[in-house]
Design a protein around this ligand. Structure first.
Ligand code: ADP
Ligand code: MG
Ligand code: MG
Length: 906
């Protein structure tokens, strides 16, 4: 806790600084800093974020008592600089009371303008300025804001219109005026009276006439606004801790509503959407504060070029534009010149794109706020690289400026902005896998494939997806599911494929029988068009135009820069040559995980696979495996070829066999025929494979141990594919990985089979080939005995999905029932399946890496769970000295950036 609670600023001096944002909030810290570098800012003071915490601990009265002396002194400081007096009728000072947190939360908390007015002060101000319209316009705005924010006069129901707006509409209707600014002085006065009356009757609280009382009410209300619903929600989304609190800045009002030489506006030093180095913004003449953003009047552009572009989009002729919508550059050239100079100065001072607020009072320019501007992923990369080229920042800063997560936007197809603005939102699900998709609705995976083959673009709509839907998912443009969370099958697989997916859209009713889905009361049939935005979770009616993602030169340059500073390499998780190629193009340095099971979901392969599983003896299994061998070999060959010269880590069969067998009658009949047994035998075998807890059952290396033929066949497929490639002059680098090891004995047993098979294969082909045998570390016991395991295994790959599952004892597929409550009650900060739990699971990982290295110094270590593409987890891996992280192809650039940042943070 800081002792000092109040920091003043004004007239080129300040007690605070830009680097004090934790204490003064971003707004307060930058108001101080702007003073220090000679930007014109109205004087004021900032109450620290610590006091916000005190407010929630001790309450209103205690905080007022603590602050009283300091605030009185600080008000006097403003009075002396402004040459006026707070609450004085002849020469009054008005102030704004503004919120401002450590991280910018635009518009989420409250601000009150024109504070210090009452009937007497208003009359005095009219006397002084001779501008009654301005005074009563300010007064009615103040009573309105104060009534809303401090006295909490809100609509009774969420659907109702704002009670103040209701009164304004009534008064406007009486005389038939349309715009607020057309109200005359009498009407504005009347609004003040009506507002005060309404506050009294509806809230039971009287509007305070005493400016000091107003000030305390406003300060505490701003503290309270830290805990309003939208602020809480915003923090949740952005991961901002509730403990931070908001600062309160109180400063002298400057007025943009004093007539035609006054104005207010917002501007950016560069384009926040594209990153283009172009000063831009909007302003309104004779207006105040929020008017520009509120959209009541259409604001005008600040620069001439911005204005011309705007007019072109709006279909307005140059003549019309110049006459009716001139830019500030044209209408107020002197002010524009100053504004342009200051924005440039601020950008050079902060070395980043600035988002600024300003007001012009009777021809004099004042700055009210500056902050590093929010921007899109595209703009983020362009601005970082431009600033680097302009010499404003160095390479390391350019890397640290970019948020890994935001690169996602650059990698997926996007909706055309204009088209999107006109589209109708049907419902909202979870943004499971980003990107844009539109197509015709289909309900079954095989329909998705056949429609796709016929040249249609389809969106697959399912209650939920299973591994059997994979081919359909791959054929679809996007996937929409009614059930399932962010780590559901649909979500994980879709992200892996870089395919747009909206999951858990509870508002949709899927009926497979009639092939319909009901959304928002409307029934959609197979073949109807629908569009998905996987980045927001929104579902739209009809077709929206999309644009393919482009990898710009800046983006590539950033990635190359990352390689310069990184130690942790990035590999990819890929099961097909296509995925491997995509990842390679994004800079993957190999494959960290190939899951062989996905290869079996193909008409012919699945039959052979099922035959293998349903066989009751080794002989039957070997017969079926012989059928699978050529398929597997061809698959591996494709992948090894796509990754020629780079390591490819292939995992032996892992999932419970039960997942592969047919559960439907038709499928069972096919198998009976294929295998020459009766249906009942098949059904019994299927039933016998059911397990109470399949994730802890007969899977992983347990399969290879009980059915050594499987391990032998897969090894044969991998190594003969490699031998063939080698003979063709290629450079295949296979790695064979044994999954789900708990004891070194398990690993040894599998290793013997692999080595024996390798000998046979090499003899057959007459080829000698380097390859490695390693293991997954995904069972806590394996992590605990990593040293012993390292004496046998050549590398470790951390399967942090299973490791998380088994360390927490949470079933990943069932977590949705309690995770929301855990997050809400703060028992968990984040979903541990999305963000690696560094404290618990991470400790096991770190320990296993260390133990492994003690026994085998050149042991290679990597991560291949979903966490391998999550920035904070990748940074963790970089810091504990892992060799690589492996993630889905579309996350490779994200992981590369995170890895570089992890190295730079060291
Ligand atoms: P937010 O954080 O929601 O942007 P602000 O505290 O920045 O809220 O204030 C809202 C609006 O009021 C802004 O447009 C700001 O420029 C304006 N404003 C704030 N203080 C003053 C002041 N002292 N004089 C004139 N306008 C002000
Ligand atoms: Mg603001
Ligand atoms: Mg696993």
């Amino acid at each position: 806790m800081s002792e000092k609670r109040v920091y003043t600023f004004g007239n080129g001096k300040a007690e605070g600084r830009a680097d004090m944002r934790n204490l003064l909030g971003g707004k307060g810290a930058n108001l101080a800093e702007m003073n220090l570098i000679g930007v014109p800012v109205p004087p004021g003071f900032t109450i620290t974020t610590d006091v916000c915490t005190e407010y929630f601990e001790k309450g209103h009265d205690a905080v007022v008592a603590l602050l009283k002396d300091d605030v009185e002194k600080a008000v006097a400081h403003i009075e002396s600089l402004m040459n006026s007096k707070f609450g004085d009728a002849e020469n009054p000072l008005l102030v704004s009371v503004r919120s401002g947190a450590r991280a910018s939360m635009p518009g989420m908390m409250d601000t009150i303008l024109n504070l210090g007015l009452n009937d007497e002060v208003a009359a005095g101000m009219v006397e002084k300025t001779g501008n009654a319209h301005f005074v009563y316009d300010s007064y009615r705005r103040f009573v309105q804001m104060y009534g809303d924010v401090v006295l909490e006069m809100k609509p009774e129901n969420k659907e109702d219109i704002d009670p103040f707006e209701e009164i304004i509409e009534k008064v406007k209707a009486e005389r038939g005026v349309k715009l607020d600014k057309d109200l005359n002085v009498e009407e504005l006065k009347k609004l003040v009276t009506l507002f005060k009356e309404a506050i009294k009757t509806r809230t039971g609280k009287a509007f305070p006439d005493d400016p000091i009382e107003q000030l305390w009410g406003a300060i505490c209300a701003v503290f309270r606004s830290w805990m309003n619903e939208r602020a809480i929600l915003y923090r949740k989304m952005e991961g901002i801790p509730d403990e931070w609190g908001t600062a309160v800045s109180v400063m002298a009002m400057v007025f943009g509503n004093m007539g035609d030489t006054s104005a207010t506006g917002v501007c950016f030093s560069r384009d926040a959407a594209t990153g283009e180095n172009l000063f831009n913004g909007e302003y309104l003449v004779n207006a105040q504060g929020e008017d520009v953003v509120a959209g009541i009047r259409t604001p005008q552009q600040i620069t001439k070029i911005g204005s011309q572009r705007w007019a072109e989009r709006a279909g307005i002729s140059e003549e019309d534009r110049v006459a009716n919508y001139p830019s500030m550059e044209e209408a107020m050239p002197e002010i524009y010149k100053q504004l342009n100079e200051i924005q440039d100065k601020l950008e050079h001072h902060y070395h980043d794109m600035q988002d600024m607020e300003f007001t012009v009072q009777e021809g004099k320019l004042w700055f009210l706020q500056t902050r590093n501007g929010k921007r899109t992923g595209t703009a983020m990369v362009k601005i970082a690289m431009d600033l680097l080229h302009e010499g404003m920042i160095d390479e390391k800063t350019a890397i640290m400026r970019c948020e890994p997560q935001k690169l996602d936007e650059l990698l997926h197809p996007v909706f055309d902005k204009v088209a999107l603005a006109q589209a109708k939102v049907l419902t909202q699900g979870l943004p499971a896998s980003p990107g844009a998709a539109c197509g015709q609705i289909v309900f079954h995976a095989d329909d998705a494939e056949s429609w796709h083959d016929d040249g249609h673009q389809v969106v697959m709509v399912r209650i939920e997806t299973s591994p059997e839907d994979l081919a359909g998912m791959s054929a679809a443009e996007g996937i929409l599911t009614a059930r399932g969370g962010m780590t559901s099958h649909a979500a994980v697989v879709a992200r892996g494929m870089g395919k747009c997916c909206v999951s858990g859209a509870g508002g949709i009713n899927v009926d497979y029988k009639s092939k319909t889905v009901e959304i928002d009361g409307k029934v959609f049939h197979e073949g109807d068009y629908i569009s998905l935005n996987g980045s927001t979770g929104q579902v739209y009616e009809g077709k929206i135009q999309t644009k393919a993602a482009e990898l710009s030169g800046d983006f590539k340059e950033l990635m190359d820069l990352c390689d310069k500073y990184t130690k942790l390499q990035v590999r990819t998780n890929a099961d097909t040559p296509h995925d491997a190629q995509v990842a390679r193009a994004f800079g993957a340095k190999g494959i960290g995980l190939t899951r062989t099971e996905h290869m079996f979901f193909d008409d012919k392969k699945i039959v052979a696979m099922r035959e293998m599983i349903l066989a009751t003896n080794a002989e039957g299994r070997e017969k079926a495996l012989a059928k699978l061998l050529p398929y597997q070999k061809a698959d591996f060959k494709g992948i090894l070829e796509a990754m020629d010269g780079l390591s490819v880590n292939i995992r032996l069969l892992d999932p419970p066999l039960h997942e592969f067998v047919p559960h439907d009658l038709a499928g069972q009949e096919t198998m009976a025929k294929e295998m020459g047994v009766d249906l009942k035998t098949i059904q019994q075998r299927v039933a016998s494979l059911a397990e109470n807890n399949p994730m802890l059952g007969h899977r992983g290396c347990r399969l290879g141990i009980t059915f050594p033929e499987i391990t032998a066949m897969q090894t044969r497929a991998i190594l003969s594919a490699a031998c063939e490639l080698k003979k063709e002059g290629k450079d295949p680098k296979p790695e064979i990985m044994v999954p789900l090891i708990g004891t070194v004995a398990e690993f040894k047993q599998q290793k013997e089979i692999i080595e024996a098979t390798a000998k046979e294969v090499f003899a057959e082909y007459g080829v000698e080939l380097e390859f490695e045998i390693g293991t997954m570390i995904e069972i806590p016991r394996a992590a605990l005995t990593a040293d012993t395991i390292a004496s046998e295994a050549q590398y470790f790959s951390f399967g942090t999905n299973d490791l998380t599952q088994m360390t927490f004892g949470y079933s990943r597929d069932d977590i949705a029932s309690f995770l929301p409550v855990y997050l809400d009650k703060k028992i968990l900060k984040v979903d541990p399946f999305q963000v690696l739990d560094q404290e618990g699971v991470g400790q096991l990982v770190k320990m296993a890496v260390e133990k492994g290295h003690k026994v085998r110094p050149n042991l290679r270590t990597g991560i291949c769970g979903e966490h391998g593409g999550e920035p904070s987890s990748v940074k963790f891996c970089a810091k504990i000295g892992m060799d690589y992280a492996s993630c889905s192809p579309f996350r490779v650039p994200i992981a590369r950036l995170a890895a570089a940042q992890g190295a730079l943070e060291e």
